[in-house]
Design a protein around this ligand. Structure first.
Ligand code: CA
Length: 226
């Protein structure tokens, strides 16, 4: 279970967020001031920390500074206004991300997951294709560190190509490889459609794809120099 430490002095935010995080499968610890936050951080070793900037006893930066002396745990700042955002940006103190209140819990959770994936030191389970990363552990695809929603079939096609970046895949080979994914009948034309959809999700410019390259008359391959 992923442990999250929520450091926040507003009860309403704590209550709402704790509930949502637990619904999402996180084990949630809370602290209402910096001192408690540092204590819980040492004791529970959370996997990620949500840190309010404005706390009654010290500010979030001081809390982070202390934590950073012995931990690289991902930290997301919860900021109250744009002024605080510019402070966060300006200081660039080693927070992994920030989110401005009021925020949607969904967005926070997806950012938390992105930050934790980024922080996973085990890079052997990541395939990087330029600004797109495939995380083999979670079967997720990130573009510029944001989740890309691929269907199972789209993921499988992309993975097939990405696992062998030097290989040109004929359309027949791709179809054969993904055949057993599900009951869906995939023919030559639907493969074209799937490639187009994947490109729309991962390429910067679908008209000039750099990740999935068409090899005319043969099939597809992963672009070079990614
Ligand atoms: Ca506060």
């Amino acid at each position: 279970m992923t442990k999250v430490l929520l450091v926040e002095d507003e009860n309403a935010i704590i209550m709402g967020l704790k509930y949502c995080l637990e619904q999402d499968g996180f084990q949630c610890f809370t602290a209402m001031n910096g001192k408690d936050a540092l204590f819980i951080q040492t004791k529970e070793k959370p996997d990620i920390i949500l840190l309010d900037l404005n706390l009654p006893d010290m500010n979030g930066f001081q809390v982070m500074e202390t934590i950073r002396k012995n931990s690289e745990v991902p930290i997301i700042f919860l900021t109250a206004n744009l002024e605080e955002v510019s402070i966060v940006k300006g200081l660039d103190m080693g927070a992994d991300d920030y989110i401005t209140k009021p925020f949607k819990t969904r967005e926070l959770i997806s950012r938390m997951k992105a930050v934790m994936r980024r922080n996973k030191k085990n890079s052997s389970n990541l395939i990087c294709l330029g600004n797109v990363t495939i995380d083999l552990n979670s079967a997720k695809v990130l573009k510029n560190n944001h989740d890309v929603m691929l269907t199972t079939l789209e993921y499988k096609i992309l993975l097939t190509l990405a696992m062998n970046p030097d290989m040109i895949f004929t359309r027949e080979k791709i179809l054969a490889d993904i055949w057993d994914v599900n009951e869906l009948y995939v023919n030559d034309n639907t493969l074209t459609v799937y490639i187009k959809r994947i490109r729309e999700k991962i390429e910067d410019d679908v008209n000039h794809p750099k990740i999935i390259i068409t090899v005319r008359g043969i099939g597809y391959k992963i672009g070079e120099g990614l």
